[in-house]
Design a protein around this ligand. Sequence first.
Ligand code: ZN
Length: 410
Amino acid sequence: MLSITLIFVGLLVAHTTLLMWLSWRQTRHVRAHRGAVPAAFAAVITLEQHQKAADYTVAKGMLERVDIVLGALITLAWTLGGGLNWLQQLWQPLTDPLWAGTALLVSWMLIGSLVRIPLRIYRVFVLEERFGFNKSTPATFVGDFVKSFVLTLVIATPVVAVVLWLMAGLGAWWWLAVWAVLNLFQLVGIWLYPAVIAPWFNTFTPLPDGEIAQRVAALLARTGYVARGLFVMDASRRSGHGNAYFTGVGRTKRIVFFDTLLEQLTPAQIEAVLAHEIGHDQHRHIIKMIVMNAVATLVGLAVLAWLLPQPWFYAGLGVAQPSLAAALVLFLLVVPVATFMVDPLLSAWSRRMEFEADAYAVTHTNADDMIGALVSIYRDNAGTLTPDPLYAAYHYSHPPASERIGAMQL
Ligand SMILES: [Zn+2]
């Protein structure tokens, strides 16, 4: 019992220290390179733009470190601090363990999002505002929060109830049934997200006619790609950051452009970005991530099945009364702490997929347009061109700009 407490605290300290060290390295590296635009970008990025990106990255780093410390304290408060114990007692009057357990898990999630509100407010209305990116009004912000809150309630409650019911009723092999159900929910979620959930937060309109539409049609004809949907999202109602993404499965597959990106890029660059997104689909990146997730969930559930009957798992992590719901919450709290060395592998895998999508874009459009689009995106989003290599290796889902451009110029 003492040993799991020690292992848990040891891992939490190691994780937190590593994240703080990386964040601090990033800040130091960006500051050290603030004085000059990297030679490869000197023709396309001004010193002023470069310094804005540096200041923005440094400011985000400060917030990141507050977030890291806060996250560790929250994890400690829930576990050894007795938070989970307290919440479990709060729901004790619901005598049915299924409802008490569902209430425990859902309230734990909702409290988690409430606790982080101050940081979110600071990020949007102070940090993003200072660098000219915020377009959110307090009304949009509150509306978003209420919608997410309702969504968590509506989606999590049935999922949690079904999972707890299977855990209680199926004996030793419950975890295989839970695995199947979770995968099903996830697939339905990915399928529903673009068509049902995302439109609750944004308006999606088809790509406008004109030069862009003609280029898109030509690109689709050239690649033989059947687009289920190409949409423009009104991202500008919240932020000035531009982006594009590929989402959905089956009939809800779609490629989405932020309206902010369309304003920043030339039609030829938009075509290159579209080709990049098509590349993600042609390489089946979403399917690969779903499979990866399913394997990880299976391993996780097998471990949870082993932990479930161990009294030390609860007692060692601050929970006096073992229950299925408490085990689930503890597990969700412990997993990110216990598996933090896997994070850089996932980042590296994601970066490999970005290289593949870039290569696809270069094959089907041209490298100069894709490079031009990237430079624009970095400039207009104040993305740093000089990240710390270790920070980027651990965290970045996209390779640093210089590496992507280097790969496309080969
Ligand atoms: Zn991509």
